[in-house]
Each structure stands twice: as C-alpha cells, then as structure tokens.
Design a protein around this ligand. Sequence first.
Ligand code: V4E
Length: 235
Amino acid sequence: MPNYWDYRNLLIVLKMSVEVERKFLCNADTRKTLEEIGAVCVDQRQFLDQYFDTPKFDLTLRDMWLRKRNKECWELKCRHAAAGTEGMSGHQATAAAMCTQYKEITSLPEIQLRVKEVLKKNSEREASPSQEDESWLGEMNLVSFAEFTTVRRSFTLEEEGVQVDLDQADFGYSVGEIEVLVPEGGDVQSALEKIERTAGKLGLTGNQRVEGKMSVYLRRNHPEHYAKLLSNNIM
Ligand code: V4E
C-alpha cells in the first residue's frame, strides 16, 4: 500500500526536468551572429557557484553534481540515462553525442534524500526544507571543492524554444551553451533536433565535445580527480 512518502516522491519525480545541452566555443563574433539569426538577449547576470562533494568525491564519481548558486539555491544535476541510439541515423547519433542530458533537481528535501541514498547515510534525521540550515552538509561529510563566478548573457530563440547562454568564468574560460529543458518523459529527440538546427544557424562545425567550465576548473585545480573522471567516462 503506497504511503505518504511514495506519493510525495512520485510528485517530485514528475516535477523534474532534463536539461539537454550542447556546449560550444564562442568568440568575439558570437553575440553578433546570435542577433543576426534572431536571438534576443533576455538576461545578463553574474552568479557564484559552490560545488560540494565528499573528500573522496563520491558524488561526482557517480556523475552527480551538487551546487549552491548565489549562496541560496541548491541544485543537484544527475546524468539522465539517455535512450540508446538504435533507430537513429548516423547523423542523428553524432548530433546526440555532442549533447549532454542531465536531470535537474531543485527541491532541497529531494536533494538531501538522493544524496543520503547514494552516500548510504542512514541518519534518522528528517530531510530539511530550510535553505539556511546547513548542518546536513557536515552530517553527510560534504565540503566545497570548487567555487567560481560566472558572468552570463542569455539569449532566446523563441520559435525553437531554445536558450543560448554565453558564459565567462572568473578563472579565464568562456563557453557557450545551447540548451532545451524537457519535462521528465518528454521528447528528447525533438530537443536534440532543435539544438542541432540552432548549432547549424550559428555556423558551428566539428563534432568534438567542448569542455564545460567545471572540466577546465578541475583539470587546473584537482588534476588527479579530473583524470579519474576522464578514465570513468564522466568528463
Ligand atoms: C553536469 C555537470 C556539471 C554541473 C554543471 O553543469 P553545467 O551545465 O556545465 O554548468 P552551468 O553553469 O552551465 O549550469 P546551468 O546554469 O546551465 O544549470 S559539472 C560537470 N558536469 C558534467 C558535464 C560533462 N560530463 N560534460 C559536459 C560537456 N558538461 C558537463
């Protein structure tokens, strides 16, 4: 007989979305190109990201990325088990391989539940809905391993439902992202097609994945962990 917690967890799962994203190298002309293809700049902001893991990196070695943005919003990104490439043309499979798919969880109680499960912590403590109470970090042995600020300009291509972000991280790395948010269980193939069309409009060529900010940060600041992530195909 399902209980309150089963229903609560089901509701949380239904609210989750999958971020389908392709990163690209941007240059001085990228903003002009975006305007030429009809993208509209909708936001410009700066944010601080603090990433957390255990000293042994138990989360990131499972491709789980726990962060706090601007000292207030918690988010857990977990790799989304993407559908296989059967039934895709070679071209579609290449386009899919250029993208990442991550589930985004933003509810703090749900984040705490997932992290606790993964770290096999069997504390009796209730998940805390309070953003201010950070005692759970210590209980789960979580410490900050990366901290950086990003200046982001966001553009939207409304007819495609696509967002393009141009990010400049404070450690001297710039990267662009074409992204589509898909509700859990939604049409990922259509998102991949929108991203590919947008990449085409931006004149992006080449089929090498471009590094994200974290990849560059870890290569510079935690080279041993970075090497482990590479050898486990997480980066
Ligand atoms: C998923 C992930 C990490 C978490 C940060 O993800 P990312 O989208 O790169 O950061 P950001 O600041 O753009 O977040 P947003 O504001 O869009 O939510 S850190 C490393 N990963 C895994 C990963 C990967 N393996 N490969 C690539 C190309 N990107 C990320």
